[in-house]
Write a protein that binds this ligand. Structure first.
Ligand code: ZN
Length: 126
C-alpha cells in the first residue's frame, strides 16, 4: 500500500527490497545483460573520472600487496610527486616508458617506500 508520508514510503520500499533480495538481484543482473553496452560505457566513463582513477589505482596497490592505514592519503601523496625521488626525472602516468611513475614498496611488509621512475624501479632500487 502506498504511503502519503515519503519517509514511511521509503521504509516500506526498503523492507520490500530486503524481503525480495533474490528477485532484486536477478532483476539487476537481467537489466545489466539487457543494457550491456550502456554498462560498459558507464564503467569506462567512471574509470576516467578522478574518483574512478583513484579507486583503480588503490585497487592495483592492494592487489600488489601494498599495505597502509590510509590509502586516500597515500594516493594524494603519490599524485603530488612529479619527479622521481631517486633520480629527479619528470614522471608521467602511463605504461611502458622509463619515466612512468611507480610506487616502490617493501615486498616483505607491504609498506610503501618511495615514488620512482620505471628505470629506478627496475635497475637501481633492486
Ligand atoms: Zn628515477
Amino acid at each position: 500500500m502506498p504511503h502519503k508520508c515519503p519517509i514511511k514510503h521509503a521504509a516500506c520500499c526498503k523492507q520490500w527490497r530486503l524481503d525480495n533480495i533474490e528477485k532484486v538481484k536477478q532483476d539487476i543482473k537481467q537489466w545489466r545483460l539487457d543494457n550491456i553496452e550502456k554498462v560498459k560505457q558507464d564503467k569506462k566513463q567512471y574509470n576516467q573520472s578522478d574518483n574512478g582513477k583513484k579507486i583503480q589505482k588503490i585497487g592495483i596497490w592492494k592487489h600488489r600487496g601494498i599495505i597502509t592505514d590510509d590509502y586516500e592519503f597515500l594516493y594524494e601523496w603519490y599524485n603530488s610527486i612529479n619527479n622521481c625521488l631517486n633520480c629527479g626525472v619528470d614522471l608521467i602516468n602511463g605504461t611502458g616508458v622509463s619515466n612512468h611513475k611507480h610506487l616502490d614498496h617493501d615486498h616483505t611488509t607491504g609498506e610503501p617506500c618511495i615514488v620512482v621512475c620505471g628505470h629506478c624501479n627496475l635497475h637501481i632500487l633492486k
